[in-house]
Design a protein around this ligand. Structure first.
Ligand code: ADP
Ligand code: ADP
Length: 232
């Protein structure tokens, strides 16, 4: 069963001599409860793929199904609802609101949607984030790893079907990176979410269920159970 399905996704930037094919007919199934890593050289299209899948950017051609809905066919209002209810996104640069506390940042998407957090779910997310009394601190009083954990919690709190994370450990030391990975792993294993993570780090990728390699906007290789096979 697919949480998301990418079909023939193509995206170009610029035109004429300067035309760049960022994604070239990418087709990919993302199963429910699966943790996928996307790897590939810089410029291979990883961020573009994440952005198009999360409706943060529009493709030229192709479809992105989240469940049964093709987000490339949705109008603004329906798209906003889909993005809000079913998609979480974690940015490499955290994108936290500096004037809000960690806790306020975490519940911000729900506040914007006019919803209250599900208490059990909220407690579970907060417990796995493990920030303790730092929850009342502002982002500039937190370490990079703590800020990234806040960003992950913010992406999880509305209980989206699928979470896209663009290099969520890229700015972190290995210990903080491991904590963020644990959090993403637990959202898959304990909470049944689907996570797709861009990473350059083979150690991070080895914690996933599946690795997809991009090069020049195409999927060039795919591997399941990277840890078991010991390839990374
Ligand atoms: P990756 O995340 O793998 O580093 P990107 O998806 O960021 O790759 O970029 C894929 C290609 O598209 C690269 O050649 C990049 O320079 C180009 N690209 C990405 N975003 C833009 C943009 N906004 N305008 C023009 N070119 C872009
Ligand atoms: P990442 O580190 O996630 O791969 P990049 O550094 O490739 O991200 O890109 C960061 C931002 O810059 C993205 O929003 C991307 O769309 C934009 N970008 C990337 N390459 C280009 C480019 N050649 N021209 C314009 N914008 C670009």
């Amino acid at each position: 069963n697919a949480a998301a399905r990418v079909i023939g996704l193509t995206k170009t930037y610029g035109s004429g001599e300067a035309r760049i094919v960022a994604l070239d007919d990418v087709t990919l199934d993302l199963a429910e409860r699966e943790f996928t890593a996307v790897m590939g050289p810089s410029g291979s299209g990883k961020s573009t793929l994440m952005h198009c899948c999360a409706a943060l950017d529009t493709a030229d051609k192709g479809s992105v199904f989240i469940g049964d809905e093709d987000l490339t066919q949705l109008k603004d209002k329906a798209l906003t609802r889909l993005r809000r209810d079913q998609i979480g996104f974690v940015f490499q640069s955290y994108n936290l609101v500096p004037t809000l506390t960690a806790q306020e940042n975490i519940v911000l998407p729900l506040a914007i949607a006019g919803r209250k957090p599900d208490p059990d779910w909220y407690d579970a997310v907060i417990a796995t984030v493990g920030l303790g009394d730092r929850l009342s601190h502002k982002p500039n009083e937190l370490s990079g790893g703590q800020q990234q954990r806040v960003a992950v919690a913010r992406a999880l709190v509305s209980r989206p079907r699928i979470v896209f994370a663009d290099e969520p450990t890229g700015n972190l030391d290995s210990r903080s990176g491991a904590e963020v990975l644990d959090l993403l792993r637990s959202s898959v294993s304990d909470h049944g979410q689907t996570v797709v993570m861009v990473t350059h780090d083979p150690v991070a990728a080895s914690h996933t269920d599946r690795v997809v390699f991009l090069a020049d906007g195409r999927i060039v290789e795919e591997m399941r159970d990277p840890d078991r096979d010991g390839v990374l």
